[in-house]
Design a binder for this molecule. Structure first.
Ligand code: SIN
Length: 331
């Protein structure tokens, strides 16, 4: 079990790189290189602040998260799964680039149990930038991972003093420290280096992993809708081996008639088609055409996260559209 309140927690830090570990070499330079600062240096700085937690670091990678890939996901998953079973670990913090943090967070959320907190954290400004947000976010993430009330909420993401659940988290701005939003649910807690306030009770206490971690990630491309698109946009995604297509559609997951018809043909040939939206916020609910065409509605998941859920399900051998829809409907 993770630690009771007010005792010192053992937190495992898994470092992957990103801007949080990035430097520009000069505070006024715009360009910087992600993943430059080793996890030991980070831990030393955090320790010097007098945190009530014992930190152990492991450098899993030192990449910009645009290069995140299934092998690295697999390494992260195994390290987290081990930590979930290790009585010496109370919680895990993963430092991660912000660009694909929402995909990693959802993947781990779907494939790990909820008995201990797992918290992803990043930064929008490199460590040597004026007003860098990295150390504050890092300290906030440790505070969350060390809290006895943080488990039973699935994988969490901490940015700009907010705690957002993996299912809801999305990067909504290209720059600025307040870049993440939760949708449909916004922050589930507010955190600073000196305070942590949960806005409700845990909803997934001691829940086992929902799905197995994929041995192999099935091919599931994303089709981005645009005015005037033609069927070749779909055809070039329907290669041998394509198991699913996620539509990043207009508005509530819409696309031109010729595209919808082509996607219905794809669904008939056993490619699972999920309708999501290219709009940043809003639900994509089921419509009667989904029944006729065999489509799935992504509900609250954006296209990249809909893709992760679909890949995890297909890799587990689940391709019944009704079961897949249930997983999209579920909070
Ligand atoms: C990255 O995702 O690694 C680069 C951007 C960032 O961390 O904010």
């Amino acid at each position: 079990m993770n630690n009771p309140k007010n005792s010192s927690a053992n937190i495992l830090i898994l470092a992957t790189g990103g801007t949080i570990a990035g430097t520009a070499g000069a505070a006024l330079k715009r360009d910087y290189r992600p993943g430059q600062i080793g996890i030991d240096a980070f831990i030393q700085q955090a320790d010097a602040l007098g945190l009530k937690a014992r930190l152990t670091g492991r450098e899993v990678a030192a990449i910009g998260s645009e290069d995140m890939h299934p092998d690295l996901w697999s390494t992260l998953y195994s390290a987290c799964a081990e930590a979930m079973d290790d009585p010496q670990v109370d919680g895990v913090v993963i430092t991660h680039g912000t660009d694909t943090a929402e995909e990693t967070a959802l993947l781990l959320d779907l494939t790990l149990p909820t008995n201990k907190p797992i918290v992803l954290v990043g930064a929008m400004r490199p460590a040597d930038a004026v007003g860098s947000d990295g150390m504050r976010n890092f300290v906030n993430a440790i505070r969350v991972a060390a809290d006895g009330d943080a488990s039973g909420r699935g994988v969490l993401l901490v940015m700009s003093d907010r705690v957002i659940s993996a299912r809801d988290a999305r990067k909504a701005r290209t720059s600025g420290t307040d870049a993440f939003r939760g949708f449909p649910r916004d922050s589930i807690a507010s955190v600073t280096p000196s305070s942590l306030d949960w806005f409700g009770d845990p909803w997934a206490t001691d829940r086992p992993a929902r799905f197995a971690f994929p041995d192999k990630f099935p091919t599931v491309p994303i089709l981005y809708a645009y005015a005037g698109m033609q069927t070749d946009a779909v055809d070039c995604l329907m290669q041998d081996g394509t198991k699913g297509i996620v539509l990043a559609g207009f508005g509530e997951g819409n696309a031109p008639g010729i595209i919808r018809r082509r996607l219905a043909e794809a669904a008939e040939s056993e490619i699972v088609v999920v309708r999501a939206s290219r709009v940043d916020e809003g639900l994509v609910d089921r419509e009667s055409e989904d029944d006729e065409s065999g489509f799935i509605a992504a509900r609250g998941l954006n296209p990249v996260k809909a893709r992760i859920l679909l890949q995890v399900m297909l890799a587990s051998g689940i391709n019944d559209p009704a079961l897949i829809q249930q997983a999209f409907d579920r909070r």
